[in-house]
Design a protein around this ligand. Structure first.
Ligand code: UDX
Length: 453
């Protein structure tokens, strides 16, 4: 047995959370990143980014000596028995297909390291990759560069992760299933044994381990994210239909269908749509993958199209209240793609701000956690907005407030707050957080999915 049981290549949000959770269960873990500054921070017990609960847990496992971070992938691989690849798989901006450069490089580096190792080593792909990647790209790099044989000297599995930002530690500790795509039985068995130890009694009826071939497991991840995103786009389309009929509230409709056990109520909250690091990238990647094989994935493409329109629907609702945007000042409440994170990737607030500016408005934005990342994201977009440090400041002297992310501190705001602080009290409730009747009685108010009678 090696000095560390597990090595993790990549210390982004999924990589670091996974590393910390393994280490917390007493499994000695070594992670690697090329970023020296991040490695230093991690070794001091400081996460390089914000994620709920991560700072406390990282400090604990580093102090206990169960987690270290190095800058050499070779060192990480050689000092462990199992390597998890958790690197980014972004999309190419031109055709929106998946960019596998980091994945290929990981395969190359691990392959080179394994050339120097005598014992059996298991490699697990945890990143989201289109079907065929783990076997044909990673497997190929591993064997060619190590000179060893898959299934004999090296094991290979693909195990998709289902972590959501903001609750990724809970998601890691309490998954509802573990999917293992295996190259051969020994590979699958090795990973299954590790998880049986890691999860103990949690494995069973509430969390089965399901095993399949590698490509099926790769597709599970895309199917999972596509289904969830489609569910949201579906309820957003229903919300637009609801708005055609005064008095119909999409919240009631959502509740009405969510109680059907075949549907369930999760991911049926209508709003300004989905963003983040996974849904946009993964849906586009699987559409591009299908297209490359001659199939148009029409339903998934529609889920993307509905979502693209949905953020801009907040602008249409604001226009109903304001007439024109020209010369007006708009306040954006919440900039991150959802509460509990500072992640600005594909955040609906970006499209809303950019549209408002193009229509001649000035935009102010406030987010409890995402100020720095928002400054960077809006800078990249070339959208000029003013960032402030409190919800009072953001609504001060503005003409319309648009709720883009439902942070807790916005939930308790009352109509008086907007009336007392805004130049013209108008609210567009893009996340359906306020009591529509209460608000609409006191100020100009629009809510997604409910045209008031
Ligand atoms: C998602 C998946 O949940 C996770 O399993 C996968 O591994 C990565 O992608 P994440 O992007 O972190 O996780 O966030 P999630 O909580 O799923 O929300 C995604 C987006 O959907 C957010 O913009 C959120 O605001 C939006 N959303 C979610 C809705 O608009 N309505 C809902 O009912 C639920």
């Amino acid at each position: 047995m090696s000095e560390y049981e597990i090595s993790i290549v990549g210390t982004g949000f999924v990589g670091l959370v996974t590393a910390v959770c393994f280490a917390d269960r007493g499994i000695k873990t070594i992670c690697s990143t090329r970023n020296e500054k991040n490695a230093e921070l991690i070794n001091q017990g400081i996460p390089p980014f914000f994620e709920n609960g991560l700072a406390e847990l990282l400090k604990k496992v580093v102090d206990e000596g169960n987690l270290v971070c190095v800058t050499s992938r070779e060192e990480a691989v050689l000092k462990s028995d199992v390597t998890l690849i958790i690197v980014g798989t972004p999309f190419n901006h031109i055709d929106k297909s998946i960019n596998l450069d980091y994945m290929k490089q990981a395969g190359t580096d691990i392959g080179k390291a394994l050339a120097k190792k005598d014992d059996y080593h298991l490699v697990a792909v945890r990143s989201t990759v289109v079907p065929g990647t783990s076997r044909n790209m990673v497997g190929k790099e591993l064997t060619e560069l190590s000179g060893k044989e898959l299934g004999k000297d090296i094991g290979l599995v693909m195990q998709p992760e289902f972590l959501a930002e903001g609750r990724s530690i809970e998601d890691t500790f309490w998954p509802d299933r573990i999917v293992i795509g295996e190259y051969d039985e020994r590979s699958g068995e090795t990973l299954q044994k590790l998880y049986e130890r890691f999860y103990g009694d949690h494995i069973g009826e509430n969390c089965p381990i399901i095993r399949m071939n590698i490509e099926s497991a790769e597709l599970v991840k895309y199917a999972n994210n596509s289904f969830l995103a489609t569910k949201i786009s579906f309820i957003n389309e229903i919300s637009r239909i609801a708005e055609l009929v005064p008095g119909v509230d999409v919240g009631k409709v959502s509740n009405g269908i969510g109680l059907d056990y075949r549907i369930n109520h999760r991911f049926l909250n209508s709003g300004v749509g989905w963003g983040g690091s996974c849904f946009p990238k993964d849906l586009n990647a699987i559409v591009a993958f299908s297209r490359s094989k001659g199939l148009e994935a029409k339903l998934i493409q529609s889920a993307i199209d509905v979502n693209d329109d949905q953020a801009l629907h907040a602008i249409e609702l604001a226009e109903e209240l304001l007439g024109s945007f020209n010369g007006k000042t708009i306040a954006l409440l919440g900039l991150a793609f959802k509460p509990g994170t500072d992640d600005m990737r594909y955040a609906p607030s970006r499209r809303i701000a950019s549209k408002a500016v193009s229509l001649g408005a000035k935009v102010k934005g406030y987010d409890p956690k995402a100020k720095e990342s928002a400054e960077e994201a809006f800078g990249q977009d070339g959208t000029e907005i003013v960032f402030v440090d409190s919800v009072e400041e953001v609504v001060k002297d503005t003409d319309c407030a648009i709720v883009c992310a439902e942070w807790d501190e916005f939930l308790e705001l009352k109509p008086e707050f907007f009336i007392n602080n805004m130049r013209t009290p108008c609210v567009v409730d893009g996340r359906r957080i306020y009591d529509a009747l209460e608000f609409s009685k006191q100020l100009k108010y629009r809510i997604i999915g409910h045209k008031l009678e």
